[in-house]
Structures are given as structure tokens and as C-alpha cells.
Design a protein around this ligand. Structure first.
Ligand code: ADP
Ligand code: ZN
Length: 812
């Protein structure tokens, strides 16, 4: 094959470029190469090969980055699908699947040319200086030369010197960010007799250290690492070298694995006997799992709909065991890095030494080594957040998505803006794998698909606890209006306080949940109405009582707590809203002896803090856990018998068609944290709108009841799953320009709609985005809504700078 289609690492491109393959190179699809692009040399991935070029006048591939292909044919197809479906640059999609630390730049280096320098006097002083530096250094890269004489100068001067052929230019690969880690191990290779003779000789010639090393190594039954040896004997490299040169010892480099689970210990567990509810569910899954029912051309997708604590994880592990028995491997996705440990512990207990983890909280070295281990087939399951989907798992047979309704499965902040659920199903189709989606509160779209027969619905209706089957915890709804009438303006109502008191007296644990969306404390002037906002992001600043500061939760901008209003100079500032810190303060006030733990993004900073915090709570080092969204994400906390929801209403009135779904899921999930252990649990929901159907359904833990109301609403207003949404966002530092651009694109789409006569297709907006200003940029957005919005979009050419978000999880 003489030509290669290459996806290049240059922003924006959704197509490949054709390059000629030089004869000296042996190139395969999936291989990483260097290619010329404009005036630069950049990284590219070969996606395909052909005998005929797709364009005229192709350039040549410069060189190979790695000898073996980095991506499999399946991964290439998956990346192409992601790029197409999400309108994402091809390289962005491929980059999801590249080894950690892969992306590197080519750097330009210079050295003196062989040619004889004829007339130095014709050179400028600066040119001579640059030549002197190169003479002294040998080879030097542009950046380094720039440090000596200034970046701009360096570029000018090297250009001049190149033109006069006084220097030559080469391209080199930037230093690798990460490499396999090796340790050197030392061992004796001479036999006992020789060692003894040598020892005597060394002692005679006063080489005591060498003799000591020999004596020490004689006592070791196996090779010992050189650093270990040094710890014992404090010997120099020269000592070891001289023993090595006389063939008494050998030093070998041994690759060591940076194991992210090294700090954990696992207890091996045997599969329990399935409860009858699980047995029934398992029977409907087991015949299908591992590719048996694959006639239809699409992979079997199971929606495992099981109430909180119904033993879904056990079903996942059975399915994985079956996949392994068939010679396959699996991936298990979890919604949050914070939940990794909990899931890893259960899987590692069942599949010892065969579990890998992948997430951004690991060091690059750990990620690299786990990646390598996965590629080599040395594990059976990869556990991690959405990105773990792209692990290079050979013979993939099963993909599990736990808590499939979670919004964290959608990558929103950067391209490609993919949803792990949809990508997983595509990947399953390409690799012949099966998919299990699990949730107590399925995504409305997923449940709809199950109703339509597209997914296979499997139910687990009973909650399993160490007491056997157990009803879901008893839920009490507290009407906060009544509390107000009775003169209680605290965050904690009387019934909640009473329940907390009882729980603490019995030595059990409590979780208090605060839905923080839109509830953070902000500061307003009672006199003139002024609200403190971030000058860069325009969202209200949040009051932090500990630091005594107002902080922007988007960009961390902060100011000290002001004494008076900057607009009317009155000392009439009021602190509104509720934050986790206020809940903490109030709890401390009522229960001074209780040990409290606050869990929100502010306290989680260092690497293991999530794990530490959870472990501390699970080990009962605290009595009350106060937290936000994180608490609602599938935690298994057996000693919790009371869950309190501080204010169920927040989020209900959020201007988003998904706000009901989200609120319902949050409430049910938090309620589901209580009573998972030996003791029964209790849930208290505080609300100002006890009659709201969402609150009512959540209190009854009635998913179907909620679903039928919600799906009816979606149908009536033509929201997903009955239509497809695409969000288009434009941002700019100039407000006026931003608005005009948004209106221009609106008209562009309107024209297209009229030309094609698409009546069932509409445009929502353009409107300013909810956080109108983010990091100093204004943002406007509009939504396409129709039966097939992506197809409509593919027929348009948007101006530069627009962000496309296909199937967005929210509208604000
Ligand atoms: P879910 O994932 O549905 O919330 P889990 O898988 O965490 O539920 O199960 C809830 C609890 O029940 C766990 O503590 C688990 O160890 C236990 N459990 C699950 N299945 C069984 C079983 N067959 N026998 C005994 N205990 C079980
Ligand atoms: Zn800000």
C-alpha cells in the first residue's frame, strides 16, 4: 500500500488527510506517525491504507512514533463513529483511546552544519553568538536557544543561519512524559568457591566494601534490588560496577508495576447463593450474556432495574464470571471516581489480581502501567469512570454501566461531548459484547427503550440486607410551611431533629443531603437589592463561613466578606440560601457531641481524600455525613439508618425539561442510602411542596408512577426521547458580538428549515446561557429539536467557534 489516510493532531478537523508512505516505512492501520502539516510536523494516527491517493500532490509521512499499532480496528471504527455522531474532531475521538501520556510534540533542534565557515566577519554579532552556543552545546532545541537569546531572536537568527547553510535543522520527539518504571536487581553469578576466593583476595587488597557486598549477597536467596542493597551497606555504584566487571555479580533491569491498588488489601469472597429475586433476574440474563443471542445484529442490552440495595452488583459479578469462563473480558463503569474503591473492593474480592482501574486520579505512571497490563490481557475487568470505556481490553465480552442514569456519563466540558452509555452500546456492537445497564432510577430514555423492547428489562424488586429481604426504608415527608408557622426557622425541622436524636442515641449513622444546585448562600443588600457577583462569570458569589470569603464556584475568584453594600453603602447585607456549611453549623449547635463529616467539593482536594473520607465514615469515625450530590451516587453505607433531605424543592423549578427527572432520582437515591445494614432505616424529606407529584413519588419510591407522568410530559412537549436535542453554544468576550453571532446562526438554521420544509423541526433560542458569563466570556446558545437533529445539523455549515453538544444532558 502506498498511501495512508491519517487523522492529524490539529484542532478542528473531522476528516483524514492523505499521505504517501515512503518505501522505507512499514505502516499499518492504527499506527502513530509523524506527518508534515502546514509548516509543522505533528502526530497522526493512520486509519487506513490504499493504493491510490485520495488527493493529488500528497506529502510523505515523516516517520513512525511507535512500531506497533496503538489502536485496534474496532477502536478506529469506534472513534470514527464518535466523531460523526458528536460532530467532534477525529483526533479528539482517537485521543480517548491512546495510551496515557501519548501526546507529545515534535521539537526543532539545530546544530552546526558540516560545511566550512568561510567568512565569519560577514556575520552579525548575534549570529556569531548563536553559532558559539551551538558549538558549545552540540545540538540545541529552539526553546533552549530562545532562553539564551530570546525566543523571537532565536527564530530569526536560526532562519538566517539556515539560509546560509551554516546550521542544519532536525526534528526530535519531545521527551516522553512517562516511561515504564524499572528497578535494577543484583544477584551473585559466581559459584561458592569462586566467591570465597574472591572475598579473601578483596580483603587482602583492602577492597573491604566489595568483599562485604559479596558476603551480603551470599546470604540472599534471590535477587535483591540495588536500592535495597544500598540501604543495608551504603556501597557506591563503582563498587557494584567493579564486581560486575569481574563477572561475580550481575545487575538486571526489572520492570516494576506501579500498582494503584497496592495500598489496599482485599478479602477474597465466594459467590453467595442468589436470593430468589436475583435468581429470577439472573436466569433471564445468563442465557444471553456472552454473545449467544446475537442474530439481530445489535447487541443485547439489559436494563437491570433494581431498587437500591437489591443486589445488582452480585448480578454484575455473575455476568462477568460467565464472560470470563467464555474467554472474554469486561469493563465496569461507575459514575464517580469517588466510588472506585467501593466497587473495586467487591470485584477484587471475587476476581483477585484480575481487576484493573483507570481514572484521572491515578498518577500518570499508574495509568500507563494499568494500560499496559490491560493490553497484555493480564486482567479480566477494568473499573473506572466513563473514560475507562476506552481501555484497550482484548476480547471484550461485557460492558456494565452501574447507576446508568447518572449525568456524569456525559462528557460536557470538552470535546468529544460523548455519552458513555451510547458509546458503550456502539462499542458492544463492534466487538460482539453485551451490555448491562443498572439503576434503581433509570434514565427516562433508557426505561422508554426498555418499554419499546429495544432493551431487555430485568427487575429486582426486593431489597436484600443482612436481615434478608427487607422493605425499603420508611419515608416521612415534613411540611416546612407547618414548621414555619410553628416558629421554627431552622434548617432542621422538629421531626428531623427528633429522628436524629434517636439515631445518635442508638449509636447509628446519619446522612444529611443538601441539593446544592441553586441553593448556595449568596449575599444581597436588603436596602437596594444589590447581589455580589463574580466580575468574570456573572454568577452570584457564594458565602463561605469558614474562610470568611465570597467565592465564585466557577472560577474560584474570591473577595473577603464585605461589611457594607458597595452600591448604597448601607450595612444591610443579608446572607441568603443554605449551604452545607450552614447545615454543619446547625447540626453542631443541636448535637455538640456528634462527630460530623462534611462532604462537598470544597473539602475534597487531595488525591485520596474521597477514599479517606468514605473509609472514615464507614469505619464509624463520624456519626453524621453532610453532603451534596456525591451522597446520592450509589454509596453502600450499612450503618446508616437515617437519611435526611434538607430541602427537596431545590431543583424542582430549575428551567430545564430534565429537572423533574433529576430531582426524583436524587431524592430516591439519597433515601436509598438508609437501612442497608442490619438495622432498618428511616428517611425524612423536608419540603415546602408536599403535594408535588415528584416528592410524592419519591417518598413512595415509586419509579413507574413517576415514569408514566414524566414520559407523558415529554411526549406532549416533544422532548427527548421523542425528539433529539442538539445544543449550539457560542462564546465571546464581546457581549454584542456574541448576541449578533447567535442571531445570525439562528437565521441560517431557520432558512434551512424553510427550504427543506421541516415542520416537525424547531429551534429553541437563541438565549443567553444560564451562566451567561463564564471565565470572562459571554455565552449564547440555541437548541435544535426534531426527530433527527444531527442529520439536519450535518447539512449545515456552522461558522467557526461554535460548540456543538449532541444529546446534551441539560439545557441550562
Ligand atoms: P445494589 O447494587 O442493588 O444497590 P448491592 O449489590 O450493593 O445492591 O447489594 C446490597 C447488599 O446486599 C450488599 O451488602 C450485598 O453484599 C448484599 N447481597 C447482595 N446479594 C446477596 C446475596 N445473594 N446474599 C447475601 N447478601 C447479598
Ligand atoms: Zn467567577
Amino acid at each position: 500500500m502506498n498511501y495512508a489516510e491519517v487523522a492529524v493532531n490539529s484542532p478542528g478537523s473531522r476528516s483524514t488527510f492523505c499521505y504517501a508512505v515512503p518505501r522505507r516505512l512499514n505502516i499499518n492501520a492504527g499506527q502513530a506517525v509523524w506527518v508534515p502539516f502546514g509548516s509543522r510536523i505533528i502526530q497522526g494516527i493512520v486509519l487506513g491504507l490504499s493504493d491510490v491517493p485520495s488527493i493529488e500532490g500528497t506529502k510523505e509521512i515523516t516517520g513512525i512514533i511507535a512500531d506497533v499499532p496503538l489502536l485496534s480496528p474496532i477502536q478506529i471504527k469506534l472513534a470514527q463513529w464518535i466523531s460523526n455522531h458528536y460532530f467532534a474532531p477525529l483526533f479528539d475521538a482517537l485521543a480517548l483511546m491512546l495510551p496515557p501520556g501519548f501526546e507529545r510534540r515534535a521539537i526543532t533542534c539545530f546544530q552546526l552544519a558540516d560545511s566550512h565557515i568561510e567568512n565569519l566577519s560577514s556575520l552579525s554579532w548575534e549570529q556569531k553568538q548563536a553559532l558559539d552556543i551551538m558549538r558549545a552545546k552540540g545540538k540545541i532545541c529552539l526553546a533552549e536557544l530562545g532562553k539564551a537569546i530570546g525566543q523571537k531572536k532565536a527564530r530569526q537568527i536560526t532562519d538566517q543561519l539556515l539560509a546560509r547553510q551554516l546550521i542544519s535543522k532536525t526534528l526530535e520527539l519531545d521527551k516522553a512524559k512517562i516511561k515504564p518504571q524499572t528497578h535494577s536487581y543484583i544477584k551473585l553469578i559466581a559459584n561458592r568457591e569462586d566467591v570465597k576466593l574472591e572475598k579473601d583476595r578483596l580483603n587482602r587488597s583492602r577492597a573491604y566494601k566489595q568483599a562485604e557486598v559479596l558476603a551480603f549477597l551470599t546470604e540472599q536467596s534471590q535477587p535483591i534490588s540495588v536500592s535495597e542493597l544500598r540501604k543495608h551497606l551504603n556501597c557506591s555504584t563503582a563498587t557494584i560496577k567493579s564486581l560486575e566487571s569481574r563477572h561475580l555479580v550481575s545487575v538486571d533491569m526489572v520492570r516494576v508495576r506501579r500498582d494503584p491498588l497496592a495500598h489496599l488489601s482485599f478479602t477474597t469472597s465466594q459467590p453467595p447463593v442468589l436470593a430468589s429475586s436475583q435468581q429470577a433476574a439472573w436466569e433471564s440474563i445468563q442465557d444471553v450474556v456472552v454473545g449467544k443471542a446475537w442474530q439481530s445484529g445489535s447487541p443485547p442490552v439489559f436494563l437491570l432495574f433494581g431498587v437500591t440495595g437489591s443486589g445488582k452488583t452480585e448480578i454484575y459479578m455473575r455476568a462477568l464470571a460467565q464472560a470470563i469462563a467464555a474467554g472474554k473480558r469486561g469493563i465496569c463503569l461507575i459514575p464517580e471516581i469517588a466510588l472506585t474503591q467501593q466497587t473495586v473492593e467487591r470485584f477484587a474480592g471475587r476476581f483477585p489480581e484480575r481487576v484493573a482501574v483507570l481514572h484521572s486520579g491515578l498518577s500518570l505512571g499508574e495509568q500507563f502501567d494499568e494500560w499496559q497490563r490491560i493490553t497484555e490481557g493480564n486482567c479480566d475487568v477494568v473499573i473506572g469512570p466513563r473514560s475507562a470505556l476506552f481501555a484497550p481490553v482484548p476480547s471484550l465480552g461485557l460492558i456494565i454501566i452501574d447507576e446508568e442514569h447518572e449525568w456524569t456519563y456525559k462528557q460536557e466540558d470538552k470535546s468529544p461531548r460523548y455519552h458513555a452509555r451510547d458509546v458503550a452500546i456502539k462499542l458492544a456492537q463492534l466487538s460482539g459484547a453485551d451490555v448491562i445497564l443498572g439503576s434503581a432510577t433509570p434514565d427516562i430514555g433508557s426505561f422508554h427503550k426498555a418499554q419499546q423492547g429495544e432493551y431487555q428489562l430485568v427487575e429486582l424488586k426486593e431489597r436484600i440486607t443482612p436481615r434478608g429481604y427487607s422493605p425499603l426504608p420508611e419515608v416521612k415527608v415534613v411540611d416546612l410551611r407547618e414548621e414555619l408557622k410553628a416558629g421554627n426557622t431552622n434548617l432542621l425541622s422538629h421531626p428531623l431533629l427528633a429522628a436524629m436524636k434517636e439515631t445518635l442515641a442508638q449509636g447509628q449513622q446519619i446522612v444529611l443531603f443538601l441539593n446544592r444546585r441553586g441553593t448556595a448562600t449568596f449575599v444581597r443588600c436588603r436596602n437596594c437589592g444589590f447581589v455580589f457577583r463574580c466580575p468574570r462569570c456573572s454568577i452570584a458569589l457564594t458565602y463561605h463561613s469558614v474562610e470568611k470569603k465570597l467565592i465564585c464556584h466557577r472560577c474560584r475568584y474570591s473577595i473577603p466578606v464585605p461589611q457594607s453594600c458597595p452600591r448604597c453603602s448601607q450595612r444591610t447585607l443579608r446572607f441568603l440560601g443554605i449551604g452545607t456549611q450552614r447545615v454543619e453549623e446547625e447540626t453542631r449547635h443541636f448535637f455538640p457531641d456528634a462527630r460530623l463529616l462534611r462532604w462537598d467539593r470544597d473539602v475534597i482536594t487531595r488525591r485520596y481524600t474521597h477514599e479517606e473520607l468514605l473509609r472514615n465514615f464507614r469505619d464509624h469515625k463520624a456519626d453524621v455525613l453532610i453532603g451534596t450530590q456525591m451522597i446520592a451516587k450509589g454509596l453502600d453505607l450499612p450503618q446508616v439508618t437515617l437519611a435526611g433531605i434538607i430541602n427537596a424543592d431545590t431543583g424542582l423549578n430549575f428551567p430545564d425539561f430534565r429537572s423533574s427527572e433529576r430531582t426524583f432520582q436524587l431524592l430516591c437515591q439519597v433515601a436509598g442510602r438508609a437501612g442497608r445494614g442490619v438495622k432498618a432505616g428511616k428517611v425524612i424529606i423536608q419540603t415546602y411542596s408536599p403535594d408535588n407529584y415528584i416528592i410524592e413519588a419519591a417518598a413512595r419510591q415509586d419509579y413507574p408512577g413517576f415514569y408514566y407522568k414524566e414520559i407523558d410530559y415529554r411526549h406532549r412537549y416533544n422532548y427527548p426521547p421523542f425528539s433529539q436535542l442538539v445544543r449550539l453554544v457560542f462564546s465571546h468576550t464581546n457581549e454584542e458580538l456574541c448576541r449578533r453571532e447567535a442571531e445570525m446562526v439562528y437565521r441560517l438554521i431557520l432558512d434551512e428549515k424553510a427550504r427543506k420544509g421541516m415542520i416537525d423541526f424547531n429551534i429553541i433560542g437563541p438565549v443567553p446561557a444560564f451562566a451567561f458569563r463564564a471565565r470572562g466570556r459571554y455565552r449564547w446558545q440555541l437548541f435544535l429539536r426534531g426527530p433527527d437533529s444531527t442529520r439536519m445539523l450535518s447539512q449545515l455549515t456552522l461558522p467557526r467557534g461554535w460548540i456543538i453538544d449532541v444529546d446534551p444532558v441539560g439545557m441550562v
